[in-house]
Design a protein around this ligand. Structure first.
Ligand code: NAD
Length: 358
């Protein structure tokens, strides 16, 4: 079959990890007889340098016309001094809202082969970590009214958190649907003891839960959730939360797996179209060294295959190939624990080979 994929390499390690993912996608094309029409566009700092804005209209238009979008990462010290609306990260926020992507899915799984790389106590790690974090993506404090004003103590800054019932309902439904295909448990994380938006969040999620009687709903305060992720991560199945809490908790949870370079994410809206990316940033400290771990981006492309392109067997083949190379002992620097390691491009070639030899 033919599919149109827009690639957005972005900044820092972005081009290296997108190259790695395309190596694996090319193997999938060959193995399964598909045609992936992949075209690259600029976003983030590289787009600022060439066009003056972090999300050129041409990039957004190309994404809208694709079946799916695969992104590397944006940002870096070169652009840190720019005003907020011109920073590379604004390109990503505009892309998500421009494509109407309101749900961010972040699977956090500890690979059996990497249990010893997890900073968790080994008895806790051995009980397993397999969590799907469902984060609301286009509302809350990242998008609310903000600014500076004169206050009682001089100039002050403010950001505002706003959530509508409709925004909470649509993300809650996604979490419950996902839980139905997993272990049927949703932990909804809020700060309902303090925040009004959290009280609306909790009441709305409890109403949505009534439509899913098979799914157990647990409400948890965000501070407790931050603790439980370290103390007893195996208690979680699906975590449902707002934009800012999801941003922070998913980075915390990512560390349970040994490296941020292992974890993919997808951002979805009402249709099939989705944006797929690693959860890490542009890693400027290692950019250009061919040492980034490409597995997060490769697994993001597997999510793209199964979710937007509906190629479930192909996605499974990529996931199995990742397990196979890890079981063989291949490690990039971040998960090698100071021992022998392979480059980003070599890891991608090995995964591609494992797809072809399946
Ligand atoms: P980061 O995720 O880029 O890096 C944090 C640490 O993890 C670094 O030590 C880095 O070397 C390491 N790391 C990240 N990805 C790795 C990989 N694939 N393999 C091995 N090691 C990896 O976060 P940061 O340093 O806080 O941010 C750097 C830039 O990225 C900033 O400009 C930030 O705004 C941007 N950022 C972008 C995104 C995105 O594009 N989605 C997300 C987060 C941060």
């Amino acid at each position: 079959m033919d599919f149109h994929i827009t690639l957005l390499p972005g900044d820092g390690v972005g081009p290296e990890i997108i190259d790695a993912a395309t190596t694996v996608l090319t193997a999938v094309e060959k193995k399964f007889g598909h045609n992936f029409h992949m075209q690259s566009r600029d976003i983030g700092g590289v787009a600022i340098d060439t066009t003056g804005v972090p999300l050129p209209k041409e990039t957004l238009d190309a994404c809208k016309q694709s079946d799916a979008v695969l992104l590397g990462a944006v940002g870096g010290p070169k652009w840190d001094g720019l005003k907020a609306h011109l920073r590379p990260e604004r390109g990503l926020l505009s892309l998500r809202s421009g494509l109407g992507l309101f749900a961010n899915l972040r699977p956090i799984a500890l690979h059996e082969e990497l249990i010893s790389s997890s900073p968790l106590r080994q008895d806790i790690a051995k009980r397993g970590v397999n969590i799907m974090i469902v984060r609301e993506l286009t509302g809350g404090i990242y998008f609310g009214e903000r600014g500076y004003r004169d206050g009682a103590f001089g100039q002050e800054a403010y950001d505002t958190e706003v959530y509508s019932i409709n925004e909470v309902e649509r993300i809650a439904k996604i979490a419950f649907e996902i839980a139905m295909g997993r272990n049927k448990k949703v932990t909804s994380v809020d700060k309902a003891n303090v925040l009004e938006t959290s009280r609306l969040w909790r009441a709305t999620v409890e109403r949505v839960a009534k439509g899913y009687p098979e799914v157990e709903l647990e409400n948890m305060l965000v501070d407790n959730c931050a603790m439980q992720l370290i103390k007893e991560p195996s208690r979680f199945d699906v975590i449902l939360t707002n934009n800012m809490f999801g941003d922070i908790l998913s980075d915390e949870a990512s560390m349970l797996t040994g490296s941020i370079g292992l974890l993919p994410s997808s951002s979805l809206g009402a249709g099939n179209m989705g944006l797929y990316e690693p959860i890490h940033g542009s890693a400027p400290d290692i950019a250009g060294n061919d040492e980034a771990n490409p597995i997060a981006t490769v697994l993001a492309s597997a999510m793209m295959l199964s979710t937007s392109l509906k190629l479930v067997n192909e996605a499974f083949a990529v996931e199995c190939a990742v397990h196979k190379v890890l079981a063989k002992g291949l490690r990039t620097k971040d998960i090698a624990g100071g021992k022998k390691h392979v480059s980003c491009s070599r890891m991608a070639e090995e995964i591609a080979l494992a797809v072809l030899n399946r």
